[in-house]
Design a protein around this ligand. Structure first.
Ligand code: ZN
Length: 383
């Protein structure tokens, strides 16, 4: 019990939600589901431990007066339209509560002999010192081509051969059939995973004796979800994530999806073609869809749909989805306030998303359109 939907931390790049609404799909889906479940509000999670962030900070003209942490915080705040900060706050993957949990989990894994700190032969960029793996390639931090060999202690996970890093039950119940290739990708990760990185910003591993290294952010995003769940007392956090993102981070999160009885699972969602919604303009007029209803369609219904249509919503599907949603909207109960039906709550807890394609159930789940900005809010007033 105690399911809480939390977004897979979004990379804190230079964009606003208004410019890139697709980036908020996981956030919006989680928010809609938590509201229906009567839980939350969950914080919005942001991934700040990125090489791109390091580079932006290094190149920033005001880098002497603005610290990296502050730069990240400013960038997150700028994501939201004025006055629309999330009700549940934001949580970054370097927040003190996340760092404390990360060190606690890592220390325990070291004590248990699952993780080890071991000298590893790596390559360092001769210009900037950025550490790459064993495969030669251009320095991702500065573009330099020359490296020197170097042996230094790193945090490593040497898996015993055959240890799975991802299994079917790592997905929320109804998604017990994750895409086969996702499981295949996860099976093909190297037997040794290096969990420490050179980054300017991150969860420092200096307390473990690894000066200058931070925890791999792909592990960190999972710990951020666990920290958000702990804050809200949820034992079953469900992380909304695209298939690509899951393929990228799942192996590194394998040791960081469980903690003290809390178990993180993934809910995969597909992409939403927000760049192709111009086709809807004419339909909005034909069907007299009010601006508030348009907003709900885009920021509430489509994100929920994306959890059901995991292969991604195509632009060609948008007109039919709008008509369907319009139909459900018209079928809403005349006297709102019946609350979310128990059956729907049960399905939400179980991760069964088929209900979004059921007009009757959908009609009873649609919130009052109180949306005035890019983010769906909880309906005003309780019933
Ligand atoms: Zn370099």
């Amino acid at each position: 019990m105690n399911v809480l939907y939390v977004n897979g931390p979004v990379q804190n790049g230079p964009f606003t939600i208004a410019e890139r609404p697709g980036k908020a799909a996981g956030i919006r889906a989680a928010e809609a589901l938590n509201t229906l479940l009567g839980t939350g509000p969950a914080p919005h999670l942001w991934n700040t431990v990125t090489l791109a962030g390091d580079l932006r900070h290094r190149d920033a003209p005001d880098r002497d007066t603005v610290g990296r942490q502050e730069r990240e915080e400013r960038a997150i705040a700028a994501k939201y339209a004025p006055g629309t900060a999330p009700a549940g706050g934001v949580l970054t993957d370097t927040a003190p509560v996340v760092a404390a949990l990360a060190l606690e989990m890592t220390e325990r894994l070291l004590q248990d002999g699952v993780l080890a700190i071991t000298p590893v032969a790596v390559r360092l960029c001769t210009r900037c010192g950025h550490m790459t793996g064993v495969v030669p390639h251009t320095c991702r931090a500065c573009g330099h081509q020359t490296f020197r060999p170097h042996t230094r202690p790193l945090l490593v996970w040497d898996r015993t051969p055959g240890t799975p890093v991802l299994a079917r039950d790592d997905f929320h119940a109804h998604q017990a059939k994750p895409p086969g290739h996702l499981l295949t990708i996860a099976q093909n990760v190297p037997e040794r995973l290096i969990l420490s990185r050179t980054r300017d910003h991150g969860i420092s591993l200096a307390p473990l004796g690894l000066d200058g290294l931070v925890l791999d952010p792909r592990a960190g995003v999972h710990i951020t979800v666990l920290a958000a769940a702990a804050r809200l007392g949820a034992g079953q956090p469900v992380m909304t994530v695209t298939e690509n993102a899951a393929a990228n981070v799942a192996a590194y999160g394998a040791l960081f999806r469980r903690h003290d009885g809390t178990r993180l699972r993934y809910a995969l969602h597909g992409r939403i073609p927000y760049d192709d919604t111009a086709v809807l303009q004419r339909l909005y007029e034909v069907h007299r869809v009010s601006p508030a209803q348009q907003e709900l369609f885009l920021t509430w219904f489509l994100p929920l749909c994306s959890l059901h249509i995991r292969a991604g919503i195509t632009p060609a599907q948008l007109p039919a989805l709008l008509k369907f949603w319009r139909r459900a909207h018209l079928a809403r109960p005349e006297t709102p306030g019946g609350g979310v039906p128990a059956e729907l709550r049960r399905r939400l807890t179980a991760g069964d998303m088929r209900w979004v394609m059921d007009v009757r159930t959908l009609s009873r789940a649609i919130p009052e359109p109180t949306v005035t900005d890019g983010f769906a809010k909880e309906p005003e007033g309780e019933s």
